[in-house]
Design a protein around this ligand. Sequence first.
Ligand SMILES: Cc1cc2nc3c(=O)[nH]c(=O)nc-3n(C[C@H](O)[C@H](O)[C@H](O)COP(=O)(O)OP(=O)(O)OC[C@H]3O[C@@H](n4cnc5c(N)ncnc54)[C@H](O)[C@@H]3O)c2cc1C
Length: 654
Amino acid sequence: MPEPALVDAEPRTEAPAAAPPKPAPAPAPRPSGADEAREVAEAAREEEWRNHGFVRDLFDGKLRLDLIHPYPQPDAADEARARPFLDALTAVLKKVDGDRIDHDSKLPADLVDELRKLGAFGIKIPVEYGGLGLSQHSYTQAMRMVSSVDGSLAALLSAHQSIGVPQPLKLFGTEQQKKKYFPRLAKGAVSAFALTEQGVGSDPAQMQTTAVPSEDGQAWILNGEKLWCTNGTVAELLVVMARTPSVTVKGREKKQITAFIVETATPGVEVLHRCHFMGLRAIENGVIRFTNVRVPRENVLWKEGAGLKLALVTLNTGRLTLPASAVAAGKRCLQIARDWSAKRSQWGAPVGKHDAVAQMLGAMAANTFAMEAVSELCSLLADRPDYDIRLEAAIAKLYNSEAGWKIVDDTVQIRGGRGYETSASLKARGEPGIPVERIMRDFRINLIFEGSSEIMHLFIAREAVDSHLRLASAILTPGVPMGKKMAALVKMGLHYAAWYPARFLGWGRWPRYSEFGPLATHVRFVDRAARKLARSLFHSMVRFGPKLEKRQSVLFRLVDVGAELFAMAATCARAQMLAKKGDAQAARGAVELADLFCLQARRRVKDSFASLFRNDDVRTYGVAQQVLKGEHEWLEEGVVDLREQMGIGTAKRA
Ligand SMILES: Cc1cc2nc3c(=O)[nH]c(=O)nc-3n(C[C@H](O)[C@H](O)[C@H](O)COP(=O)(O)OP(=O)(O)OC[C@H]3O[C@@H](n4cnc5c(N)ncnc54)[C@H](O)[C@@H]3O)c2cc1C
């Protein structure tokens, strides 16, 4: 789903800023598209940090290891209650034929019914409303199992429970709404989340779907069209985001987006089209039109104008499914790649003995371990009421989907031609139907939906710079009196006089963290690198000023460093926990894998730091602008011109 974030829709130029606009008469001028997008995103942000956050501190140069180490343990009572459900789920999943589902582009109705009976549609819905009442951690475990057999099935359950009606209802619903909808949802009434529109992808500011109060004041009248709504073609209930009448704040129009629970049986709700994709072929995803749909007043979720914030808060835990799906893909690929690397002999040796393949296999094992450490940790932290999971969840989504994609890609490579061949074709000529081709098609979307990788980087970057922006807010905000600006400047000076030196001084080279054994060196690296990260963030702000927002590549490198450090810390903490637990073989293996992961992550961190300011960003951006203007259109010549057929204009026409 789209994701409001720190947005930069305008091309970056190195030209001096334009002359300041003349004072405008009231009402204030409409902001530009980019400003409007930024305003909408900012309004949707959760401003306060009321609880702990390991990653937030990490970006500030502080290693709060106590927040994640000892690695948290699942709640024993929850685990005991989840066990029978997970066992029954596993038994059902063993019978699932992912290739058939892919071929038919349809989930078997009896399978969905079986899942309904198990309670798989109400895993986190409280018991008193008819759900299983399990934790986020148990839910994540279930979703990992489901993802390991079929992506479309995972999408059905996840679109329903991670972003569909149950999650925002649990977080923001009134008692009356909960009593009305939870029992239905728990029994398996499918729900969906409808935000995306033709012109609304990552940026919700341009939303066209509207809801206006009915004449009798008892309802809202909904009009518009939603795109790519997963489960939308079969759902009974939708969470629909719509524009409600704007309010005026300080003479300026402030757009309002509100979330509604909509019954698809209501007259005026229409499925226009079922969409089909590269992978996830059986997802019931569609274009939904609303024509004068009457939505009862009491179906507003949370409150008027809070729709986007609701979506963001919902996604804080909602997006923990995808990291678990990535772990499932990593484990499945590891099985396949290990088997094939040992079995397949070429040039006189199993291919896994050739260094090039071995490098892929080793990294695959280390990264799968790290992805699991990140996914499990985030789910366990999400269950803690005193923890703010928003940055960890965003990193887990970004990190695991990117690392998972590399694993899937390497698995195709290791399987060679067979990696590219469909499972059905393999079977038809007598080979085992190993579905790497389908896994790849199903996996790719993870880097796009529930916040694309780019939008996740921006989201994390916005939160990473938040403490600095707060300090500078009075200075940067237009219209603040000079006296207040000066006071803010003094306050900032005093703050940084203490803050900055502290980001140099630390104990990261002392023989600390000895309880981590051979991994202690990596924890010390995280300690040192966190301070360097905070300094580098500060240096970037000083160097680029407000233009830093437009230097996405710089920001992305900083975010990547933060993500690597979080993954390293999670991995070391998990390995240490497993080492303590008993099983000597697993313990040795965990330390080995964590060590390799950290060695490779350290190299990536060093590379990101090294290229922070020494890079080709400006040059690349410049060439991209030339491409946009059509200056390199000559390069596109030499192929059959299919632009008419594809509906692509030439640059000159654009
Ligand atoms: C299979 C599938 C299922 C989906 N399910 C749902 C659903 O259930 N509900 C729902 O509401 N939506 C759903 N979506 C929509 C999905 O969330 C969007 O595709 C996603 O938000 C990206 O929007 P977009 O495709 O319009 O890309 P755009 O926003 O148009 O972006 C295009 C590219 O530009 C990048 N980009 C955009 N803005 C910036 C920026 N400021 N800085 C840098 N890069 C930027 C993007 O990362 C992307 O690479 C689904 C989509 C698919 C394909």
